[in-house]
Ligand binder design. Structure first.
Ligand code: ADP
Ligand code: MG
Length: 1015
């Protein structure tokens, strides 16, 4: 390790496993010894420790007198760094015995180490400046490890909880204990390492949580394996190679294949020999040794003699075999990788031939007895000698009952050569459906609402890799986001907040660390652009712009990225896996990320301008700038993106952009009113989509912010919007008070348009409370205010405001006139309102017009009314306005009622839609309307009990609101129902109340019957 290119590299953020090893009692004996002697000891010590570290590809960050700080996972990550660290720690402990033997006498005491290992995030890199820039890591992870080593007794290895969780499948520990550690409030859980497990468990799967999934998919692959097996049974030797990325299910496929063949008795008469290559590396002939050990039950701890005896016994049971023994025994120690004296008389070439001969004879003997299936998994880690041996065997036994089944990853290509009966099975990612089945296979049925998103989230992130599925779930469970209650799960946190599973960190990062520095840097720069990126943009941002193309080609060849078509004016690429993209991105220092985002922002501005025509460019500009140091610029772009989305009624997108803009503003410099502007827009969206509480909170906050500025129009506008929300919730007094405060704030000389808006709203409220004359007056005042402003050539936004206000005022005027019996004037005003709204593309205002027009037509021309309501509904749906959808459904029900043949089915359905919407959104001001309509329909069809119930509920709401057009139909309906039931006394009470409503409103009963619900 320690290759020179490391010095060149930028610092980065990564997860590492830190190992601290310390000599116990060093100060005592170093005081006694001559410094030269101490130095000699140190040299021996460092050599020993260094050996253990480099054997597992760790990195020596520092030697300190009598201690070493070693890193596993930096500068180069491996998928199993924590395991490597523990293996190295055990090696060191063994090494301390040798050192002790050599030095105890001179030191005047036995030698012991104490060691600590901990895994966590660090910043790693070389400190520049001065001579001897050194690669080093910084972070609390190092401090914790150093405190742990201080707490370790001589001769012990203490392992932190984090490291333990990642290694417990391969190592044995004492039961956990806790330690009080300086600087930590909570006691720290530690595990004392005992040694490697004789039979390591599989790290894969969620069996620790009692979760297992049945096999998903892979039917064709299983068939291919089965067919090859059958051909082998027929006497044609077979080689099958399963190729797939880490975690795609190679091992699982092989296990499942064996299980299935075994289930139909297909394995009797076949001997199976199985070896797994280890990620820690195989010694020479390691694969073959593993196969041999398995075949003859030779344990790793057996001496050469015992191994010989076991071999002899094994061969005897196969019937004779003296000549085999003669061939094998001389090279046995070599085969088993034992450190005993090797037969000196053999030169390497001859030794190789001898070993090949021995192996061949062993296989030959086995094949005389049975069919043979040799399985070698993870061949990409095998040693070269074993590979050659396998090849050799393949060539020898083409006509025998032999099947060799191997698996490896795509990046390594240790192909078996020259064999015709060779099958390659490439494991593709699971399909989205299969991934879904895997998730539900693991966590079972999903019926909790909050939990329903989990399978989708997991499947999306895992992108068809079953290992990723498992590890993402493991991460969610161990972080406490998924919690099990019996056989059900609940989701207690935000899924998106978890980053890459620590178990996958090394696996993902190892692929980046293996790259040449320039390619790695380009990949990081690409990661800042997103999981997919355009070549042109990358080139504009890349440090080494001239060599982008060649580097991209290498990244493509290494399967780290794929081409996914064309972007603006260049090729578009995508990281092969989004988790991999995340790993590369998270590897970047925060400061570097911010700098690169800024560069991306500038490059985009150059390419697309600062007011790009494409929404996606605007979003990207917002994204990059909001992650750069100029966050408020980012917020501006995000707000513009939100406005653009809102204009096309992409409400969810608009909300997302505004929320991001708010977040960007929260961490950056802002100008007065900037936050308020975003909040108000966000609240508009919440109000539209029925999230009243959220809307109210943002409006209030915006109002408070604007009150510190001199934007009186803004404050007034917010009062008006807040009033509107209170009104919807049924609190008309509060609404009225808000409108009045709004007017006060405006004073005499501010914005006629806003004043007109407020007047118009107050007028509408007057109308709804039955004061039609005042409604007419206010609507006319509103129109006069607008006329004062004039509608000559004003700027676009202003014109828009003007048009909205006029459309609304015409509407209010229209409904009030209608109630006063001036029907044709009313229709004219409302049609005017609709025309105005539609010509300015003011869809919400148009909705209100259609709602009212539908009512005006309902008794005169029911089909026209239905048509009008439908048109309105279409618009309300396009806009995403749920409140208007409810109103229109209610009016549609009224219209259906007028057409007796459609009343029962369609009328009830429409009324019910409105009721459901109102209940769901808490629109108490409106709920009475569809209830009354439903009551009328039931009454019409003789369902008196149902009718009664609907009216009763409507009445209780109407009485709270006190609105004549609601009260009258309730009293009227209940009176008729009572009369029909023979309750004359009750009927009279209701009739009297109905009468009173009319008198108070100064209207004839007919005015309500003909035009029930204007708004
Ligand atoms: N088709 C599948 N159905 C269900 N689980 C699977 C499937 N493929 C893989 N798994 C699970 O995903 C994890 C990773 O698979 P594994 O076979 O270890 O991958 P590989 O050997 O390719 O690295 C294992 O726990 C395995 O049981
Ligand atoms: Mg495997």
């Amino acid at each position: 390790m320690g290759s020179p290119h490391i010095i060149e590299r930028d610092a980065d953020r990564r997860q590492v496993t830190v190992l601290f090893a310390d000599v116990s009692g060093f100060t005592t004996f170093s005081e006694r010894l001559d410094p030269e002697e101490v130095r000699r000891f140190q040299n021996a010590l460092f050599a020993k420790l260094g050996q253990a570290i480099s054997r597992y590809d760790g990195f020596v960050a520092k030697f300190l007198g009598d201690a070493v700080l070693a890193l596993f996972g930096a500068p180069v990550a491996h998928e199993d760094d924590p395991e490597r660290a523990l293996a190295a720690a055990l090696d060191m402990m063994a090494g301390s015995k040798d050192l002790s033997e050599q030095w105890a006498a001179r030191l005047g005491q036995a030698l012991a180490f104490h060691i600590a290992v901990h895994t966590g995030p660090v910043v790693a890199g070389s400190h520049s400046g001065g001579a001897g820039a050194a690669y080093d890591v910084t972070g609390d992870t190092v401090n914790t490890a150093s405190r742990l080593v201080g707490a370790a007794a001589p001769g012990t290895i203490l392992v932190s909880e984090a490291t333990h969780a990642l290694t417990r499948h391969r190592f044995a520990f004492e039961p956990a204990t806790t330690l009080a550690i300086r600087g930590k409030a909570e006691p720290t859980v530690v595990h004392r390492l005992l040694g490697a497990l004789a039979k390591p468990e599989v790290a894969r799967g969620l069996a620790v949580y009692g979760l297992a999934s049945p096999m998903v998919g892979r039917a064709a692959e299983l068939d291919q394996l089965r067919a090859a097996f059958d051909r082998m049974q027929g006497g044609r030797a077979q080689a099958v190679i399963v190729v797939g990325e880490a975690g795609t299910g190679k091992s699982r496929l092989i296990a499942e294949f064996l299980k299935r063949v075994d289930a139909d008795g297909g394995l009797s008469g076949t001997t199976i020999r199985k070896a797994n290559c280890s990620s820690l590396g195989e010694p020479t002939y390691g694969v073959f040794a593993a196969l041999f050990r398995e075949g003859y039950h030779v344990e790793p701890s057996d001496s050469l003699d015992v191994a010989r005896q076991k071999l002899a016994a094994g061969l005897r049971s196969l019937g004779g075999g003296a000549e085999v023994a003669d061939a094998v025994i001389p090279v046995l120690s070599y085969l088993l990788g034992m450190e005993e004296v090797h037969p000196r008389e053999l030169d390497p070439e001859q030794l190789k031939r001898q070993i090949a001969l021995a192996a061949r004879m062993l296989v030959e003997r086995r094949l005389e007895q049975s069919h043979l299936l040799i399985i070698v998994e993870d061949l990409h880690w095998s040693d070269a000698a074993s590979l050659e041996l396998l090849r050799d065997m393949v060539e020898q036994f083409a006509e025998r009952h032999l099947m060799i089944l191997v698996s490896h990853r795509p990046e390594a290509r240790p192909l078996l050569v020259n064999w015709t009966a060779q099958t390659t099975i490439r494991l593709a990612p699971l399909s989205p459906d299969e991934t879904g089945s895997l998730v539900s296979g693991l966590i079972g049925r999903v019926d909790d609402f909050a939990f329903a998103r989990v399978p989708q989230f997991v499947a999306k992130r895992a992108e068809g890799n079953p290992l990723f599925v498992e590890e993402i779930l493991r991460n969610l469970i161990s972080a406490g986001v998924l919690v099990r209650h019996g056989d059900r799960w609940t989701c207690t946190g935000v899924l998106e907040e978890l980053s890459i599973p620590p178990t996958l960190h090394g696996l993902l990062l190892s692929r980046v660390d293996g790259l040449p520095a320039g390619d790695r840097r380009l990949l990081q720069e690409a990661a800042v652009l997103g999981v997919a990126f355009d070549e042109a943009l990358l080139n504009a941002l890349a440090t080494a712009a001239g060599s982008t193309r060649a580097a991209l080609d290498r990244l493509l060849a290494a399967d780290l990225i794929q081409q996914v078509g064309y972007g603006h004016d260049s090729k578009r690429y995508r990281f092969t896996h989004s988790l991999f993209h995340e790993a590369v991105y998270e590897n970047l220092l925060l400061s570097r990320r911010s700098e690169l985002h800024e560069r991306a922002g500038r490059a985009l501005e150059c390419a697309a301008g600062s007011n790009p025509s494409r929404l996606s460019d605007l979003e990207a500009l917002g994204h990059h700038w909001s992650l750069s140091s100029d966050k408020s610029k980012g917020a501006r772009y995000l707000m513009a993106a939100g406005d653009r989305a809102r204009a096309i009624y992409a409400n969810a997108d608009a909300i997302r952009h505004y929320e991001r803009a708010l977040r960007a503003l929260a961490d950056g410099q802002t100008t007065a009113g900037q936050v308020a502007a975003v909040r108000e827009r966000l609240a508009d969206m919440w109000a539209l989509t029925g999230k009243r509480a959220a809307a109210l909170a943002h409006y209030e906050a915006a109002r408070q912010e604007l009150e510190t500025t001199d934007d009186r129009t803004g404050v007034a506008r917010l009062h008006r919007k807040i009033g509107g929300l209170h009104w919807e919730a049924g609190d008309r007094d509060r609404a009225k008070a808000c409108f009045a405060t709004g007017l006060e704030h405006l004073g005499g000389d501010h914005s006629p348009v806003e004043r007109a808006q407020l007047l118009q709203e107050i007028g509408r409220l007057a109308f709804r409370s039955g004061d039609n004359a005042r409604a007419v007056e206010l609507a006319e005042r509103a129109l006069a205010e607008i006329a004062r402003e004039g509608n000559s050539s004003v700027e676009a936004e202003r014109a828009h405001e003007l048009a909205i206000t006029r459309a609304q005022a015409y509407n209010t005027l229209g409904v009030a006139l209608a109630r006063l019996g001036r029907l044709s004037d009313a229709v004219e005003k409302i049609e005017q309102s609709i025309e105005l709204a539609e010509s300015h593309d003011l869809l919400p205002a148009a909705c209100r017009g259609y709602t009212n027009l539908g009512v005006l037509y309902s008794s005169l021309n029911p089909s026209r009314s239905i048509e009008t309501c439908r048109r309105g509904l279409e618009i309300a749906k396009k806009v995403g306005d749920l409140g208007f959808q409810s109103r229109l459904y209610a009016n549609l029900a009224v219209a259906y009622c007028a057409l007796t043949d459609r009343c029962e089915a369609e009328g009830v359905e429409a009324a019910q839609m409105a009721i459901d919407l109102d209940r769901r959104l808490g629109l108490l001001d409106h709920l009475a309307v569809p209830l009354i309509v439903l009551g009328q329909i039931h009454q019409c069809h003789g369902d008196h009990a149902l009718a009664y119930a609907s009216y009763e509920e409507a009445l209780s709401l109407a009485e709270q609101i006190g609105e004549p057009q609601l009260l009258f139909p309730c009293y009227d309906g209940l009176a008729t129902l009572s009369l029909d039931a023979g309750n004359t006394a009750t009927a009279e009470v209701y009739l009297r109340k109905a009468q009173e409503v009319c008198e108070r409103a100064g209207l004839e009963p007919d005015a309500f019957l003909i035009l029930p619900f204007l708004s």
